[in-house]
Unconditional design. Sequence first.
Lengths: 337, 349
Amino acid sequence: MTAIKRLLKVRELSSLLFLIALFVIVSIINPSFASSENISACFNSSVVYMLVAVGMGFAVIVGEIDVSVGSNLGFVATVVGSMLRDGENWLLAFAVGILIGAAIGLFNGWGVSIMGVPSLIFTLGTNGILRGAMYVYSGGAWVENLPKAFKDFSSVNLVGDLTVYCCGCIILVAVIHLLLTKTRRGRYFTAVGDNPNGAVLVGISAVWTKVAAYIICGVMSALAGIIFCSRIGFITSTSGNGYEMKAVAACVLGGISLSGGVGSVVGAAIGSVIMSSISYLLVFMGFSSNYDNAITGIILIVIVVTDSLMQYRQSVRNRHERLSARTAGTVEGGASK
Amino acid sequence: MKQNASKAGGPNKLTKGLKNWNTFLVIVLVLEFVIFGAANERFLRIPLLLLSVNDFISICIISLFVTFVMITGGIDIQAGSIVGLTSIVIGVTWQDFGLPIWAAVALAVAVAALCGALSGFFIAYCRVQAMVITLGGSFLYSGIALLVSTLSSTESYQGISGFPDSFKFITSFKLFDLIPMQLVIFAVLVVIAYLLLHVSKYGRQVFLVGVNQDAAEFSGINSKLVILSTYVLSGISAAIAGIVLTSYLGTAKSDLGDTLTMNIITACVLGGTLSTGGKGSVIGTALASIIIGIMRFGMPLCFDVNTQYLDIPIGILLIVVVVGRAMVNKPRTAAILAGLKNKFTGAKA
């Protein structure tokens, strides 16, 4: 019984259960959904979101937010896409893309962590600059005619119906999760997000941990941008728009608290699968894709409101327990006197 | 001795003036006029300048009341989607449900107020972060707008048009044959917002809730209701922006306000509103939103900047302002600044 209770407290697990419940319900309504092909498709299509959401997860776990990931993704995709189109070396293009992502992350980290600007506002500014820079770089034109081999690589299956990207992404998330939870440095992130002053008192540099989180976030978005090129095959001037909001939503769905310190990247990854599957699942349930945004919004609001109410009730109960324990102690103390 | 005192008084006054953020904003605004005017004299033609108001009036209107939300320590990123929702509600109820146009408008305002109240309720009474709820709200309300648009017989990408003249009158009428009605609406809203925030008791409550919600609660303010009310206000202002935009464009579309969010937040922050709450002013926000608007108008006209590049200067403006303000507040840079000032005044003496 206690084991079950403890398991239910693992926040990622409840989002995983939610995802499984979603799949089961859709399969009951429409039995043709229940095939490994369809479920794999849900995972395959979430790769780009997953990378962005995991990156965002870092920023959120340290208690900040990064709304420039969408345009970061778009900008990197534009640069890498046009380099590939012009026949540059693939590795060089990827390296440039990732360096750009890291530089953007460093800039955000500088502004938010070192200068102490509120993160939402600073990254909103970065978002605007990058979005504009994307237009300037591409001249407003689409980036097309990417090498066929590069595009075809996105549909190579590795395990069953899962693509190479999807498997790579899952392995990456697993590795990051282990690094975050099992290594000393990895746990700094949660510590800083949970209580920055406390972290500083025990000798962790909150400033540099946040900068590192932003750089990781930038690099993950850049990776997502490169995979975006490969999967979609063309980049418009609005590519990557709105990814930041979906990534935040994925983090919240995956049990990461926006006040920092709670949650894991696995949760973010599961949340991103939920987010990107919704439109796919709606089709199987016989709704038009017009319901997409409304249902996403409802799920998001319902989940955060329930979570918040449950947390509040828990904190009230804890306080009552502490209070009754203390009064019991004083009564005993009084009796012994 | 006396001379010294008067000399010390000079720079003191100057720094005090500069510290007053609104003065700084006015200077920026004047600079914009000078630079754009010098680059292209067409910029200074009054009718053209007044016509440009249409492009950014919704930013001005909404940011006025998002300032309220930010003063309480919240944030509102759903206002843009409420603009689209009001627009499409007006269109569909008027064209397909046959409501009279003013009833449709009233209904749209009520819907927007309800949207704001719903988000505000979750934020104030369920203690969820404002960012998350308004994020969910922006999905939800734009999704609802899309669903409402499917009720119409008109294809959603075309937009519903053919509104009666009395509705178009809102934006086609010109006071003294010169000043467009939108500006009048904006001016009236500035006055209302100013009275609400800086004169009335309600405004004091908004500030106190932003500074310290517990203290506000202990001093007998229903802080949750105050927080909820700010979201209702910002929802209503988004509805007004939606009405003005629909009337000006002559078409109702569900995605009208999609790109406004960044501009609104920029206007609030540039106007001196503290995103952590407790500080902000209506005049500052109004000035800042006009600065942003003039920039959006002047850049393409005078320097041939593509309108799609406009995110760059606005993003840079936002970052420069917030970083600059953070730098001034840092003890080390403050010390350097003071040293510079001493050196400067010392050398002068």
